[in-house]
Design a binder for this molecule. Sequence first.
Ligand SMILES: C[S@@+](CC[C@H](N)C(=O)[O-])C[C@H]1O[C@@H](n2cnc3c(N)ncnc32)[C@H](O)[C@@H]1O
Length: 220
Amino acid sequence: MEKQHILTREFAENKVRDEYSNVAWFYNFWSWLTESKSAKKVLELAQIQSGERILEVAVGTGVMFAEIVRRNENGVTEGIDVSPSMMAKADERMKKFPKGRYRLQIGSAYKLPFDSNTFDLLVNNFMIDLLPEKDFPLILSEFNRVLKPSGRIVISTMSFGKRWYHKMWFWISKHFPKLMTGCRPISIKNYLTQAKFDSVESIFISQNTFPSEVLRAKKH
Ligand SMILES: C[S@@+](CC[C@H](N)C(=O)[O-])C[C@H]1O[C@@H](n2cnc3c(N)ncnc32)[C@H](O)[C@@H]1O
C-alpha cells in the first residue's frame, strides 16, 4: 500500500492559542459543516455508560463535551484545552449543567494534569492532526497513562482519502496551512498499536468532501 505522507508541523502552545482566538467565533459553523458526522460516530463508538469517569482532551467550544456530560449523568466528566478563547465558549455552553458533574480547565495534551489509571473513557477530536508527527507517541502514551486498564479511547482526525476532493484537502493543508489552523491529514492507527492500545478499529468518514477517520481502541 502506498505510504501516506504526513505533512510537517511544529507545535508552539502560544501559536495555537493565538490561532484559535482568531477562529473561535466561527469554529462551530466550520465543524458542523465538516466534522459533525464524525462527532456522531465518536459518540456512538464511545458507548458511554452513565456513572463513568470520562476525559475529553481539546474540548474546543464544548459541543461534544456538553453531549458527553448529558449522557454521563451519574458520572464525572473532565475537559481540558490549551486555548482560553475556545475554553471561554465551552464554559459559556456548560452554564446550564450542574457544576458537580463536570470540570473544565486549561491544560495541554503533552502533560495531562491527571493521575495515572483515572478514566474509563478518553475522547479526543481533531487535535492530533495539528501536532508534529514526532510527538504522536508522546501524546498517545499520555492518553494511555491516564486511562484505567481496559479503558477505552475514541479519537477523530482529519484523514487521507481516495477521491480527488479528498486529495484537494491535502493540497489545501499543504499550500494554505494557516487557513486550516495547521490541521492536515494524518494516520494514527499504527501509532495506537505502538502506544499499547489494542482492539483498534477505524472508520473513514467523508462529509461535504472533508475526509476524517474515527478510531476506537482499548488500553492493554
Ligand atoms: C480543531 S479544534 C477541535 C476542537 C474540538 N475537539 C472539536 O472537535 O470541535 C482543535 C482544538 O485543540 C486544541 N489544542 C491544540 N493543541 C492542544 C494541546 N496540546 N492540548 C490541548 N488542546 C490542544 C485547540 O486549542 C483547539 O481547541
